[in-house]
Design a protein around this ligand. Structure first.
Ligand code: NAD
Ligand code: DAU
Length: 374
């Protein structure tokens, strides 16, 4: 039976990953470590937490070396997947410090804990000899490569050229992970994925933010002229890729993850508008979720491009991300299975059907953040 230590799994992708893991390996023991920042929400993993024989939750900061060391001693994981990070670019522009702490120092704490737990001896040159079969996976991002022009794709051999405090911190984490591979032969792999969408995403990010605003008939803020391009991947496809890299990836290698699915922000918001309107028209039960007056619930034709508003651009806004996934496809046979038209309908439906989850988040502190940003 494998024991997985998964950090940051009260957040968006981590929560999806532990759900995926439960299906992929029903017998696995899963330990979630999360400090429950504003982005962490235990409601996202509440169903899994009920099963105390196969699941444990530890509220801890990955920067807290003592707490992390105690968790390793107690659970003795064989696999560690690190999702824990500050993840929102806009917040990193407002206040970079916490990004440096969690996204860099936190990773070093985990690497040190892994070394303490998994090194069994030293060879005659002084290199550590590692416990058989253990693996550390650092979840990174395509943003480490910087920004593309109209042509080309990110490949793993490109130099790291981060352009925001968030991506600079994530790049540093990649480099200290790779340094541990060189210096200590630490059995680590790295994944660099494009923009994810799907259930449990915090509504500061573009897709859930737009959905939440539509339900309130509020303007949909698009930065700049809306021409910035992102490469969108359904979160479950990302989780499956991480699982494959964890078990089959080569130590010391980074793997790009993406599905050739580029949209400008303006195109994407228009797709979301069309999807929401169509669902409201075809399934009137969803109209009850609209927090607008009666007349606007009866006739939803106002769910249209008229809601779009162009606002001040993000500082240093990266123009385009696009992944070349041929390495993970060629070496590990991974490719996405959810096509965007189906994925976006699934996502919109999920949010409509989980308004309690959304409401718990958007009330309180999120309101302060929103009014400061827009
Ligand atoms: P998220 O913000 O939704 O969740 C982050 C989680 O980490 C939260 O539960 C939070 O409480 C926890 N956390 C933050 N700092 C912590 C700390 N110091 N100690 C313990 N827990 C801490 O983020 P997400 O969108 O799910 O992203 C997860 C990871 O995937 C991040 O490393 C991010 O860089 C990477 N990534 C995200 C995307 C994307 O599109 N969202 C794409 C590629 C890579
Ligand atoms: O590419 C992977 C990255 O994707 C991850 O590493 C990050 O953790 C994740 O947050 C995401 O970063 P982005 O900055 O691309 O995601 P976000 O949802 O914040 O923005 C998507 C695009 O939409 C981006 O070009 C900025 C724009 N945008 C965003 C918001 C919140 C708007 O135009 N309006 C908005 O209100």
């Amino acid at each position: 039976m494998n024991t997985y230590l998964v950090t940051g799994a009260a957040g968006f992708i981590g929560a999806n990953f532990v759900h995926y893991l439960r299906e992929a390996e029903p017998d696995a023991f899963i330990v979630v470590v999360d400090s429950l920042t504003y982005a962490g929400n235990l409601a996202s993993i509440a169903d899994l937490m009920e099963d105390t024989a196969r699941f444990a939750f530890c509220k801890a900061d990955i920067c807290d070396a003592e707490a992390i060391s105690n968790i390793f001693d107690k659970y003795q994981p064989t696999f560690v997947v690190n999702f824990a990070a500050e993840s929102h670019v806009d917040r990193s522009i407002e206040d970079p410090q916490i990004f440096i702490k969690s996204n860099i120092l936190g990773v070093q704490v985990l690497l040190d804990a892994v070394r303490k737990a998994w090194v069994v001896a030293k060879d005659d040159k002084g290199y550590p000899i590692w416990k058989e079969g253990c693996r550390y996976l650092q979840v990174s991002t395509d943003e480490v490569y910087g920004s593309l022009g109209k042509e080309g794709f990110f490949t793993e051999d490109m130099p790291l050229k981060p352009r925001s405090p968030y991506s600079a911190a994530k790049s540093s984490a990649d480099l200290i992970t790779l340094a541990s591979v060189e210096t200590f032969h630490l059995p680590a792999v790295i994944t660099r994925c494009s923009n994810n969408y799907g259930p449990y995403q915090f509504p500061e990010k573009l897709i859930p933010l737009v959905l939440n605003n539509i339900l309130q008939s509020k303007p949909l803020p698009i930065y700049g002229d809306g021409s910035n391009v992102r490469d969108w991947l359904y979160v479950e496809d990302h989780c499956r890729a991480i699982y494959k890299v964890l078990h089959g990836g080569r130590v010391g290698e980074a793997y790009n993850i993406g599905g050739h699915n580029e949209y400008s922000n303006l195109e994407l918001v228009k797709i979301i508008l069309r999807t929401v309107r169509q669902l409201m028209e075809e399934e009137p039960k969803y109209r009850e979720l609209l927090r607008v007056e009666e007349a606007k619930r009866a006739d939803v034709s106002w769910i249209s491009e008229g809601l779009i508003t162009f606002v001040k651009d993000r500082l240093g806004h990266d123009a385009r991300y696009a992944i070349d996934p041929s390495k993970i496809h060629g070496e590990l046979g991974w490719q996405p299975t959810t096509k965007f038209p189906q994925g976006i309908v699934k996502t919109v439906r999920w949010y409509l059907e989980h308004q309690d989850w959304v409401k718990d988040i958007v009330e309180g502190d999120y309101q302060n953040y929103y009014s400061k940003m827009y």
